[in-house]
Write a protein that binds this ligand. Structure first.
Ligand SMILES: [Zn+2]
Length: 66
C-alpha cells in the first residue's frame, strides 16, 4: 500500500505526490483553511495566567524602608 487517503476528500493519494498527503493543492488549501479556522476559534479563550510565576511584584513594604 503506497497510498493514503486525502484528508480533505478521501481520495487515494500515492506517496511521492507533489501535494502529498493531499490529492491536490486545492485540497491542501481547504485543509489548511479548516485548521486555521479551528486555531482561530480556540485561540480566543486561551489567556496565559500570570501572577504566580510571572513577573514578581515588589514586596508591599518596600516603601517603608525609610
Ligand atoms: Zn483531495
Amino acid at each position: 500500500m503506497n497510498t493514503v487517503k486525502c484528508p480533505t476528500c478521501k481520495t487515494q493519494v500515492a506517496f511521492g505526490s507533489p501535494d502529498f498527503p493531499f490529492c491536490s493543492d486545492r485540497c491542501r488549501q481547504i485543509d489548511l483553511g479548516n485548521w486555521a479556522t479551528e486555531q482561530y476559534r480556540f485561540s480566543s479563550p486561551i489567556i496565559p495566567t500570570t501572577g504566580e510565576e510571572g513577573a514578581p511584584l515588589p514586596p508591599p513594604d518596600s516603601d517603608l524602608e525609610d
